[in-house]
Design a protein around this ligand. Structure first.
Ligand code: AKB
Length: 316
């Protein structure tokens, strides 16, 4: 596989693991990690790293030209919960960065773009069960609005300018290497850390709040798979629904109790409950399964085994 890759937002939860995986697949010298600061030393020290400001076209372009990049993964974003605190900043970061990368592709500096969307594109008027690819989408968070508008722009750039942009609507992503930051689904990572370090967790969502979730390994596999798929196989140029599993805080607590019987969870729902309530419970991702043969691997029990195993090692 020949490719020269730039990851923007490489220090974040998904960006970091994507960096490690792509370096494995394409070789260290072909994968340039970048972020606005040196906030994740595992990433910074794992290969070539550049400071790139996703909101600055010139900053991205300089790096693209320096390394003769052909593919960009734009992973920098402000997520749902933080976005509600800083609506203007969320809009500016999420939209400006996307335009910069799409415009670099339009001007033929790069050939291919990955841009993540999210289940946040859906809203309270969307059917909650087995949410279809094409349905009512009235997001109520700034983050969701930026993702929905971004999807429209991706499709527009593909149709009008032939930009090869590919996208997935990520659910909540669960991982142990890098903590998520500012999302509504973050509880499903924090709970495993606290189960090990404290034996208790106070959850900011209600016990019966069901949300779509996915283990990081599945998310990375989906991202790699959609990017290596034949161009003709990618029939949706807005963003694909993507699904693995769905669960509530109570269900994840019960899964943890199978390993740590004394684990205790309490509930103190805050503003994030309203965000979660507006999102689907589970997702129909049949187009991804059909078009580029997406298949997930991890269910809640697998995720719990792996999270507790890895975090036990980390905290020892
Ligand atoms: C968030 O909770 O904001 C993100 C997402 C579902 O996109 N994890």
């Amino acid at each position: 596989m020949k490719s020269k890759i730039l990851i923007i937002g490489a220090c974040g939860q998904i960006g970091s693991e994507l960096t490690f995986k792509l370096r494995e697949l394409y070789g260290d010298k072909n994968v340039i990690a970048s972020d606005i600061s040196y906030s994740n030393l595992d990433v910074v020290n794992s290969g070539i790293f550049e400071i790139v400001d996703a909101q600055n076209y010139a900053s991205i372009k300089v790096c693209v030209e320096k390394y003769k990049i052909d593919t960009v993964y734009l992973m920098a974003a402000m997520l749902s919960a933080t976005g509600e605190k800083y609506p203007q900043k969320a809009w500016d970061l999420n939209m400006e960065s996307l335009f910069h990368v799409l415009n670099l592709a339009r001007a033929k500096f790069i050939k291919k773009v990955f841009w993540p969307s999210s289940i946040a594109v859906f809203g309270p008027t969307t059917p909650k069960e087995y949410t279809p690819q094409y349905t009512v989408m009235e997001p109520t968070t700034v983050y969701g609005i930026t993702k929905q508008v971004g999807e429209r722009w991706c499709e527009y750039y593909f149709n009008k300018y032939g930009v090869d942009v590919r996208s997935l609507r990520y659910p909540g992503i669960i991982s142990w290497k890098t903590l998520p930051g500012g999302g509504t689904t973050d509880y499903a990572v924090e709970i495993y850390h606290k189960a090990i370090t404290n034996g208790t967790y106070e959850c900011f969502l209600k016990e019966d709040t069901e949300l779509p979730m996915m283990f990081m390994d599945d998310a990375i596999k989906a991202t790699v798979d959609i990017m290596i798929a034949d161009k003709d196989a990618i029939k949706i140029r807005s963003s694909y629904n993507l699904s693995a599993t769905s669960f509530t805080p109570k269900e994840v607590a019960n899964a943890i109790k199978k390993h740590i019987p004394e684990f205790k969870i309490t509930y103190a729902p805050d503003y994030r409950q309203d965000i979660a309530k507006s999102w689907p419970k589970n997702i129909n991702d049949s187009y991804a399964r059909q078009d580029w043969k997406w298949k997930h691997q991890f269910n809640l029990a697998d995720i719990t085994n792996e999270m507790l195993k890895q975090l036990n090692k980390k905290y020892k």
